[in-house]
Design a protein. Structure first.
Length: 346
């Protein structure tokens, strides 16, 4: 039987990331052959990972990496938020973002085929991490954004890395780009501008907003408060030249009915039209970056603020860990009932 020294165990652990006992058992099984021990641990790691394949991994971290004019954002998942603080997991997330920014893959399969510093592929690194950490570790998604030399990246992570954002602006500087990414992290826009919203989506969202107004009005009626008006439009894309012209005519009729002198209408109409636009672009404000009130100066929309700075927003990507993943949830009421029943039976 080969003499399994502490130095051999240490070397194997450094090569594979395995625990002390796993490393020692592997060396004993292959009689001290380092190459065979590495292969054995890899096979066992793949088997462990396969057993965990069906588990839901909805926690984790986002990772960001900027490589010149290329930036990558990734989401890597684990089963618990505790593992998201694990040093090996954090390093894997960072290395994933780095190799993707450098390799610029087109698909997840291409990304997982990229080599990391250890010589493993990303896919192999995830199998190893799953085996070593003891939870399902999975690479979920990535995005690559490129810019020109005259543009700036804004890279920002929030809530310990659960939210990651990369934005690109033309003009300004990196500090302003980062501020914009902070806004995106907080306000969660889905697209840059109203031009990217589908007409059917706008129609459905407007219907939901009006349904909520209807419910609010029922409550207001109970306390004798005036009803809120329903929304006719939800997006700038619906505000045609004809709609705008009619809105101006309606305002003039309103001013005339109020007895306001016609000579001061020009001072009143711009403010009322601004209010009309604000009231009739609620879907834009909810889902588009440029229409949102800027968190750093809520007297202006993001678009207005950037225009004042001579800056144009080009693109952005926002990842939030677990969004869209159906998490396993405990039925709290049943759990309490079961606990009480067990206590009564004892």
């Amino acid at each position: 039987m080969a003499n399994i020294t502490a130095a051999l165990v240490k070397e194997l652990r450094e090569k594979t990331g395995a625990g002390v006992m796993d490393a020692k058992k592997a060396l004993v099984e292959v009689e001290g052959d380092m190459e065979k021990a590495v292969e054995l641990l890899r096979e066992k790691g793949m088997a462990k990972a396969a057993k965990k394949a069906d588990r839901v991994a909805a926690e984790g971290l986002t990772g960001l990496y900027v490589n010149g004019n290329v930036a990558a954002i990734v989401e890597v998942n684990a089963e618990t938020d505790f593992v998201a603080k694990n040093a090996q997991f954090v390093d894997l997330v960072h290395e994933t973002a780095k190799v993707i920014a450098e390799g610029k893959p087109a698909t997840n399969d291409e990304a997982l085929a990229l080599k990391v510093a250890s010589g493993e592929t990303l896919a192999e690194a995830y199998v190893s991490a799953t085996a070593t950490i003891g939870e399902k570790i999975s690479f979920r998604r990535f995005a690559i954004i490129e810019k020109t030399d005259s543009q700036h990246f804004g890279a920002y992570q929030h809530n310990g890395g659960r939210i990651g954002v990369i934005s690109v602006i033309e003009g300004g500087d990196e500090a302003l780009a980062k501020q914009l990414s902070m806004h995106i992290a907080a306000m969660s826009p889905k697209v840059l501008s109203y031009a990217e919203l589908d007409s059917e989506f706008i129609h459905d969202e407007l219907a939901q907003m009006n349904h909520k107004i209807e419910q609010d009005n029922e409550s207001r009626a109970m306390v004798n408060k005036p009803a809120l008006p329903f929304l006719k439009y939800g997006s700038k894309s619906q505000l045609t030249d004809e709609v705008i012209a009619q809105a101006e005519e309606d305002i003039k009729e309103e001013l005339k009915a109020e007895g306001k002198p016609e000579k001061i209408w020009d001072k009143i109409i711009p403010g009322k039209m601004a209010r009309f636009l604000l009231d009739n672009t609620k879907v834009d404000q909810e889902y588009t970056l440029l229409a949102q009130l800027y968190v750093m100066d809520d007297s202006k929309t993001v678009e207005e603020y950037l225009e004042d700075q001579g800056v144009k927003a080009i693109a952005f990507v926002r990842f939030e860990v677990g969004e869209g993943i159906e998490k396993a949830a405990n039925d709290f009421e049943n759990e309490v009932a079961a606990t009480m029943a067990a206590a009564l039976n004892n």
